[in-house]
Design a binder for this molecule. Sequence first.
Ligand code: ADP
Length: 906
Amino acid sequence: MKTEKGRRIKPISIAVMGCLVIAVILTIGTIGLGRVANNDTQSAVRNVSLLYLSELAGRREQVVSSVLDDYIRDMDVAVGMLSEEDLRSVEDLQDYQFKMKQLYDLDKFAFIDTEGVIYTSRGTRDDIDLYSIDYLNLSEPEISVKNLRSNDKKVVIALPVDNLKLEDHTLVVCFMEIDMDNLLRNVSIQSNNNTTFCNIYTSEGVALTDMVLGGLASEDNLLEAMGHADYEKGYSEERFLQDFEEGRSGEVSFSYNGISETLYYVPVHGTEWMLTYLIRESIIGEQINSISQSIIVRSTIQSILTALALIGMFTLLLMQQRKAAKEALDHEVSETENRVRQQELEEQLAMQEELASKSEELEDALQAAEDANRAKSGFVSNMSHEIRTPITAILGMNEMIRRESNDENILSYADNISNAGESLLGIISDILDFSKIEAGRMELSIESYSPTELIGDLYNLIRFRAEAKGLKLSFNIDHAIPKGLVGDELRVKQIITNLLTNAVKYTEKGDVSLEVRCVEKDTESNRAKLLITVADTGIGIRAEEMDKLFVPFDRLDVSRTRSIEGAGLGLSITRQLLHLMDSELQVESIYDQGSRFYFSIWQGISDPKEIGDYKPSSALKVRRNTRNGKRYFTAPGRHILVVDDMPMNLQVLTGLLKRSEMIIDTASGGEDCIYKFGENDYDLVFLDYRMPGMDGIETLHRLKDRYPDKVARTPIIALTASAILGDKERLLNEGFTAYLAKPVVIADMEEMMSRFLGDIQEESMPAASDISEEVQPVSQDITPDDTDEIPQAVRDMEELDPEKGLEYCGDAEDYVFALQTYAESVEDKAAALEEALKEDRTDDYVLIVHSLKSMSKSIGAQRLYEQAKVLEEAGREGRTDTINEGTEAFVSEYRALGAKLSKELL
Ligand code: ADP
């Protein structure tokens, strides 16, 4: 049950309240009923009393009148026994009287004569006045009272006798006296409980006993007392007095002195008396009241006890019910628990089954995902090759445009294409990295490395970019960094390069700085903790964009960075690489004021000596790059120019030099070379000797004329296919710093660079002998693995000698790249060669066949190389027969190889 407030009332309270209500109802009912019963009892008692009163009064009257009749009869008998002898003298009469007195137990047995003289057994008396006997006229028995006004009242019964002669007197009446007590002996005057009183009154209201109204009245006369009574409804004094006067029986209810009474009266036969029967109703009422009260009290107690018993019963019932409910609930709960447990068990079982099948599915899915991932990675790396090929073609075409055109606008468009192409290549290598990381295939290659070399590389790499934008670049390197560290140098470098490149990219003015601190050394695990910070005063990052910083392909503040190159991958890769090294990239930035990127990494220690005071001036690092166990030449950030009229040569060279981490510009002819030389500060120039129009020597002269200072400090190396000694000397005499034979063997080229790039730094460089010790010709490093990486189809081509190709190109990837470039140019070259022959342009013919010779050699197409060599020499010597005979066979073989390569590689 709920009250308005929603509070629950306890069932026990309801039971108590219910029982109390029942108790109150019972009590009130009992009291009310008691009252009604009381009244009803009283009136019933009254009715019954009245019935019995007449009965009782009648009986008593019979008693009294029969006593009187008995006395009269006795007197009759006694008078009948009177003989003449007894009347002879007064004395005889006295004897007779004495005898009768004894015989009938009479107080007095006397005669009255006509004179009024009274003859008793003891003598005569003349106190006739005390009696009210009309002795002269008495004709029948008469009953009267002697001494009515005194306490010594006597009942007198007088009988007439027939003029009995005694001596001279005539006796006319005989009488006897009876004690009032004797008369009333058999009449109970007063009940034990003082509630009923019997009395006899004369018709004048004088009581034969001495009590009037049961002793209640102060008057000694009933009629007088009744004059002071208050009559109940239906009764009156007049009627009462009349009844008394006329000797009629009746009853009267009244209250005297506040006490209710009912008086029944009946005339006593043969007398003028009234026998009364009085009931004191007040007392009866009181008694009835007290009985009623006690009944009410008892009933009330009974009700309360009943109520208590009910409450007890209810409580017991409730408790029983609760207990039963609790047991039922407990039962239900335990059953529910069991059910739940069972259900759980079933669910667990089902789950286990499901898990088992799911895990199978998962394994399948994992397998599928791994397959898909492998396929994806394969696809991405294939794609990057696929994309690279057309880009290199585009760049090649672009070079053609640069060579052919003199139009400033077109040249600037071509420059833009070249820049965009280069950055596209950068993005593709980022995507490759990214997909490798995603596929979980990025693994760290832990080797010992020199931190100073790493920092030097970084410096050289970023220096030009910072300078080009007029930014101040500062490197702050802790002297406590150990000389030799162990870690993945390449990846560490990639990470810092990304941060530095970004810092330069997103800073228009001010500073870019790198700080490397050694913050902790753990001798036990032989490790050092480096804290690396790259800071700039650039555009900064909005706080609300910080979250997006590492989202791949997401770029921030697009309105400002749109014009800046980037794919939004750099930081994502950086962060992932740091995760691989158990580190996290931290960023602090104030928008429009600058940014600070920092991280700390633990690196092993291979040489605990400290690097000391180290300034990363642009020291050239010709060093062993240990990736894949091979040694490469690297000169990060160095800027070189390669000049060649053949775009394909340029492509091949650029491709081969890419791993040196240099910035490689290309020029497609003398004019282009002069223009670019003027624009940039190159560390080294490779200039092809044989070029159509302005050849290498003329170009060099013009450069000397226009930029004598620059030429003086820049090594310019001639590329020449003529192995003739004279040629070489001529070249050196003309002012070339050195020369290199074509086709270029990459190892030779790297050695050349390491020599000259080092020289101009005016820093302590390793001696030439050291260099040759350190930089081994690539060919010596070829491993069987490299040959394995070349597609089988290529290895199976009898026209090719892959090992020779690898000698020139360094590794399989570059070799395949060179083959692709070669295949792509076959059709154009073949057509150009045929055309030159047809049109008798011998010089052009020689130039084309010369480049075909070099290219064929560099890919290991030994037979084509030999053929081209013969044709070139014939061309130079004007042996047209040889040319006419040999060209067709050469071209068809050349085309056949091109077709085969295209089929396998393009
Ligand atoms: P992106 O190739 O676009 O530079 P990154 O992943 O290297 O890609 O950087 C993501 C974005 O973070 C950038 O596009 C640039 O908006 C912002 N950002 C990175 N470095 C800096 C910096 N040093 N100062 C300001 N913004 C930066």
